[in-house]
Design a protein around this ligand. Structure first.
Ligand SMILES: [Zn+2]
Length: 474
């Protein structure tokens, strides 16, 4: 009986955890949460205890190990609770005070009513946000592999074999085969449009993705996995200029980096992205000094992936170390460490670079970090850690990592139950991410940080253009 209750609880945990990615019906969420907080409570406590210790020391790490350990601990807790309750009932019967079902139900019913009234009275009021800029959302596409350099988008066979591919195609209702481009843009635009109905001035920084290059600077399709050329990004953004801020991607190893940077600047780019682990590039390579110098002089921010990467094949996880960004920072670039150097909760503690990143923030006033993907299933430690770090907060940029879904279920103990149900049932990924991070305590300025950074750069660029045009006129 106890094992059966534990099994139902574990299935409910998985159903709510997976379902919260796509948005569940509120009724299903309420029934599931009610079970986990009552009959399934011992199993829930076992799962939570396992989660709280996993990934903190080297031997207790890895996802399969966590799943086995959490399930076993939950079952043990459930069995022990059933044995204890049965012992108490037997003892009461021996004393001639056998539990009467009517009285038990009355006590439980009264607790239930009081708890519901208490929750209603303590329901949180949310400060509405009038402006939000999401600093990190992806544009993807696929027109066959290998793609045509600077022309077509592509996803390699290895990328399509990654566990995220079927999840995302299902989540966005994309076709499994054929030209993905328009279907993807349609899904993106419909979610932005919906978010703008709730937050009128909502905007999104949309990212391209450069490929890997050989030592000579030519495209290396054999080792690349995702490619979204910059001209495709600018074409999409030009269709919705008030909604999107373009973030092209330039791997500094490409031999035509300077021409591509000039092209992106001419298109109005104020930020560009480098993804060292997937692009197989070390951002600390001294030969990139000229690239960084030109970015700094042009007032272009550099967004660089930091921390762990699970969504694509990588060259090396060591390339996610934020200390590799010192060269760009010393050349005067404004750098945004995407994902704040963090890791999934189950990974070994050495994979987490958040403390190194915050130490660097003290040294470099031009270093920022974003919250992309930190509301998702495996990153539930990150936002609470950031909220507890006052030195990092003024440098944080709100970012979703759309379409990678935020998941409120893993923050269940930090959210009011009404907020939890609301977020588990929210289908719009942009809104869910904003509301979740707001509820977890991210301060209002983080939600406009991307606008502040990129608009100020824009002003700098405008001033420089003005100066240049005056010089030319003379
Ligand atoms: Zn991303």
């Amino acid at each position: 009986m106890a094992l059966f209750a534990s099994l139902i609880s574990l299935v409910t945990w998985v159903a709510l955890g997976v379902g919260a990615n796509s948005g569940l019906s509120p009724a299903f969420a309420i029934v599931g949460l009610f079970w986990l907080a009552t009959i399934g409570l011992p199993t829930s406590l076992g799962v939570v205890l396992a989660a709280s210790i996993w990934g903190r020391v080297e031997p207790l790490s890895g996802l399969p190990g966590f799943l086995i350990f959490a399930a076993a601990l939950g079952a043990v807790f459930q069995c022990l609770t059933f044995i204890a309750v049965r012992g108490l009932a037997t003892a009461a019967k021996a004393k001639g005070q056998a539990w009467k079902p009517n009285r038990v139900l009355t006590v439980l019913g009264t607790i239930g009513v009081l708890a519901t009234v208490g929750l209603w009275m303590t329901r949180p009021t949310r400060m509405p946000l009038s402006t939000v800029v999401d600093g990190h959302a992806h544009l993807f596409g696929d027109q066959g592999w290998p793609p045509v350099h600077k022309e077509t988008c592509g996803l390699s066979p290895a990328q399509k074999a990654n566990h995220t591919y079927p999840i995302l195609t299902r989540l966005l209702d994309l076709p499994a085969q054929g030209d993905l481009n328009e279907a993807y843009v349609r899904a993106l635009v419909s979610q932005v449009q919906e978010a703008r109905r709730a937050i009128g001035s909502f905007r999104v920084v949309l990212l391209a993705q450069d490929c890997r290059y050989t030592e000579e600077g030519d495209p290396d399709w054999e080792n690349s996995s995702v490619y979204v050329p910059n001209n495709y990004l600018f074409r999409v953004v030009s269709r919705y200029p008030d909604w999107f801020i373009p973030c092209p991607s330039i791997n500094p190893q490409r031999k035509d980096w300077e021409a591509e940077l000039d092209y992106c600047l001419a298109q109005g780019a104020r930020v560009l992205k480098i993804h060292p682990p997937t692009q197989g590039v070390n951002p600390a390579n001294p030969r990139f000094r000229a690239f960084y110098r030109k970015c700094a002089q042009s007032g272009v921010c550099i967004m660089v992936h930091t921390g762990a990467e699970h969504s694509a094949p990588i060259a090396s996880s060591s390339l996610g170390d934020p200390r590799l960004l010192e060269l760009a920072l010393e050349e005067g670039c404004t750098v945004i460490a995407a994902h704040s150097g963090t890791k999934a909760f189950f990974e070994p503690p050495g994979e987490d670079h958040f403390q190194q990143l915050t130490a660097m923030m003290g040294q470099y006033p031009n270093l920022y970090a974003d919250t992309a993907v930190l509301g998702s299933l495996f990153r539930w430690r990150c936002i609470p850690t950031i909220v507890r770090t006052p030195t990092a907060l003024p440098r944080m940029v709100h970012a979703s990592d759309w379409p990678f879904p935020p998941n409120a279920m893993v923050f269940w103990h930090r959210l009011h139950p009404f907020t939890l149900v609301r977020l588990i049932s929210e289908k719009n990924l942009f809104l869910r991410d904003i509301l979740l991070k707001q509820a977890l305590g991210m301060p209002p300025q983080t939600f406009i940080q991307a606008a502040r950074l990129f608009d100020s750069n824009n002003r700098k660029a405008m001033l420089r253009n003005e100066k240049n045009s005056k010089t030319n006129a003379l």
